[in-house]
Design a binder for this molecule. Structure first.
Ligand SMILES: [Mg+2]
Length: 281
């Protein structure tokens, strides 16, 4: 594979590459193939599980590393980087690097608050497959993959904003990081999409013995902010369900006019046009 490591694209999935409502990616596929042709790695960086992202990568022929569960784990295809040397794989075909405690720990924290907040939320672990399918709109196979969480726990909040704030502060006292995604609150470790992006980008620079990489982060929600603020350029995708999150940067920020995968295609295409100028092509 001809990899043009000078450029990297880190992208969120839900509401960006995937449609917020039906998870379709047809409208993003052409630009994803374009990135592939140009040798620019498309690296998914999502709150989804590694099972879900592996499955998507398989469908679209993406053989690049990816970041799962809000930065909790980075999965790198075996032999992708020669500079990784002795760090051995913990699952077939991928080297896995973990940045959070396991899900069981966060489940214990959440369980300890059920006496006081039991009516205010439901969490994934207590749901049946059909409930997850209802809440997420995912088909059966995808819902099973969504339930295979290893490092974090999604919560559907039902109570008042004031009780939500109290609930979050109690979880934080137990060491949890709580983030709002497109649909769910995510309870997990002190990791985020930005820290893991920087860690992975470092590997690319080590591999190529170069100092800087021309990278783009693509996201639509609050949990994407750390990555949108960590790259040379950022692309915010317009959401049909919420306003743009507030990104603390003015330079190198582009906001899509279209929603979801159409906005993804619009923004990537705009970015690529400028890369051609940048590379003098
Ligand atoms: Mg999203």
């Amino acid at each position: 594979m001809n990899l043009n490591y000078r450029s990297l694209v880190f992208s969120d999935l839900d509401g960006c590459f995937l449609d917020h409502f039906d998870y379709q990616f047809d409208h993003a596929l052409y630009q994803a193939e374009k990135l592939q042709e140009l040798g620019i790695p498309l690296i998914f960086n999502s709150s989804k599980t590694s099972s879900e992202i592996k499955s998507l990568c398989g469908k679209i022929g993406n053989r690049h590393p990816f970041i799962a569960e809000n930065g909790a784990a980075i999965l790198i295809p075996e032999n992708y980087f020669s500079c990784l040397e002795q760090e051995k794989t913990s699952t077939p075909r991928y080297e896995v690097f973990q940045f959070s405690r396991g899900r069981e720990y966060w489940l214990d924290c959440i369980d300890s608050l059920k006496l006081d907040f039991g009516r205010d939320f439901v969490n994934f672990h207590d749901l049946k497959l059909c409930d997850v399918m209802d809440l997420t709109g995912l088909p059966e196979e995808a819902a099973i993959e969504a339930m295979e969480r290893q490092y974090s726990e999604p919560i559907m909040w039902l109570g008042s904003p004031m009780r939500r704030a109290k609930f979050i502060s109690l979880l934080q006292l137990k060491g949890a990081t709580v983030r709002q995604g497109g649909r769910f609150l995510s309870v997990g470790g002190n990791c985020d999409k930005g820290k893991s992006l920087i860690w992975l980008r470092e590997l690319y620079t080590r591999q190529l013995s170069i100092k800087t990489i021309n990278d783009l982060a693509v996201g639509d929600s609050e949990n994407d902010l750390p990555m949108l603020e960590a790259t040379m350029e950022a692309l915010l995708i317009r959401s049909p369900s919420h306003a743009f999150p507030e990104v603390k940067r003015d330079i190198g920020l582009y906001k899509s006019r279209n929603f979801g995968p159409r906005g993804w295609t619009e923004g990537i295409s705009f970015w690529l046009q400028r890369q051609n100028i940048f590379h003098g092509e």
